[in-house]
Design a protein around this ligand. Structure first.
Ligand code: SF4
Ligand code: SF4
Length: 405
């Protein structure tokens, strides 16, 4: 008889004490009876999968990788990582055309940008949505993010000399969303950092962080992106001596944690230098830096902490910054998942579950009735705006609006 090979998991499944707390916090388990839940899919399933890959269960694709189970687990088990790592290791189903399109945010952005007005008009048409629903299984009820005609990179390159004149510098990992959809968020970050005496530089040709590639079964491509991005971050941090700031909580979690934990790309020498800009700014203000706020600024803001921001443990920085702005009437929304989980909620088979997961959050936003919802994640923004009609802005944009030039 062949000896059973036993591998100790780096995701700590041996520490599971079977308390089932994670099952209470899993948003998918509450709405999708096909999903086995974090305990069964994570540590319980891992014991079986290590004995025989036959026990890999294809319903693990329903996991949104929101990481709420990991935040809840009192034993520090990497529950979501166990699930995603097993999908990477055992799932041999080739990604569908739809999943390749949804995951290729960099490519789609660069193709759409030169024709942004036409692309935006066409993707907003009911007939186009029906065609995509019938052919690709992208749900017709979903709204698509608009593309910008000019990239953030082009905008910042034109200002490279002006930015270099500031006494201090940071490198900015802007992500696909800022580059192709919302350059204004990048401009808002530049405004705030410049007001603090800090110039902003680009990294040396960043690629998409790869989170959508990971969750859509394209881990080889994601690993190539990770190796490239860690290389240019290393160059910025170790050679140019710059911290790297970000404005997307999902990109940040991917750069810091998914690369080593899911893709095996070592970033230990630079991980601590990759920070959400809200943390970087908050720490500078705590250290004595000041911003000049506009007199008479008034805004009723409700802050939604994205799931990945909770996993980073950094929602407190956005909250403290927003509370610091004179004239902001602030509400911290209850901890809840919005249900979109990147590309997950775009898929026809997930649409109902996605909206059911977000329902409690949508209801609370309506009851608070803010002028603007603050949130550090672009896909939460799409989901909340589509589902409630309320405007959603990154905390950095609200901060930029509140300060003098
Ligand atoms: S990552 Fe989210 S969806 Fe997946 S098991 Fe954990 S709580 Fe559930
Ligand atoms: S919360 Fe953690 S310890 Fe409890 S069952 Fe889930 S994985 Fe196990």
């Amino acid at each position: 008889m062949k000896a059973q090979e036993y591998t100790v998991s780096k995701h700590n499944f041996e520490e599971c004490m079977k308390c089932t707390v994670c099952t209470v916090y899993c948003p998918v388990l509450q709405v999708n009876p096909l999903y086995p839940g974090p305990k069964q899919a994570g540590p319980d399933g891992e014991r079986l999968r290590l004995k025989d890959p036959f026990f890999f269960n294809y319903t693990l694709k329903y996991c949104m990788n929101c990481k709420r189970c990991e935040v809840a687990c009192p034993s520090g088990v990497g529950v979501a990582d166990l699930i995603q790592a097993s999908r990477i290791k055992y799932d041999r189903t080739p990604p569908k055309l739809r999943d390749r399109i949804l995951a290729s945010t960099d490519l789609m952005g660069s193709l759409a940008r030169p024709f942004a007005p036409v692309v935006n008009a066409v993707t907003g048409l009911g007939i186009a949505k029906s065609v995509m629903d019938a052919t690709l299984k992208i749900d017709h009820r979903r709204s698509f993010p608009k593309y910008s005609g000019r990239s953030f990179e082009a905008w910042l390159r034109k200002r490279a000399a002006q930015q270099a004149a500031f006494p201090e510098q940071v490198a900015y990992f802007h992500g696909c969303y800022v580059n192709y959809n919302n350059p204004q968020l990048g401009k808002d970050l530049v405004k705030v950092l410049n007001a603090l005496g800090v110039g902003v530089q680009l990294l040396d040709h960043e690629k998409c962080c790869g989170i959508a590639l990971i969750t859509n079964g394209m881990s080889k491509q994601a690993t190539r992106h990770a190796e490239h991005n860690v290389g240019i971050i290393r160059q910025a941090v170790l050679e140019r001596r710059l911290p790297v700031v970000t404005t997307s909580s999902s990109c940040t979690l991917t750069l810091r944690d998914e690369y080593p934990n899911l893709l095996g790309v070592d970033n230990a020498d630079v991980r601590a230098s990759v920070l959400m800009a809200v943390r970087y700014i908050f720490e500078r203000l705590e250290a004595g830096a000041t911003l000049r706020f506009k007199p008479g600024f008034r805004k009723k803001v409700a802050y939604h902490v994205p799931c990945h921001m909770e996993r980073l443990g950094w929602g407190v920085f956005s909250e403290r910054l927003l509370r610091m702005i004179p004239g902001v009437e602030f509400t911290l929304l209850d901890s809840a998942c919005c249900g979109i989980a990147g590309t997950y909620g775009f898929k026809k088979e997930n649409y109902e579950a996605s909206q059911a997961v977000g329902a409690a959050l949508f209801e609370q936003i309506r009851s608070v009735d803010p002028e603007v919802v603050a949130c550090d994640c672009e896909t939460c923004k799409w989901q909340i705006e589509m589902s409630t009609g309320y405007r959603v802005e990154n905390p950095i944009s609200i901060l930029a609006e509140s300060i003098e030039q």
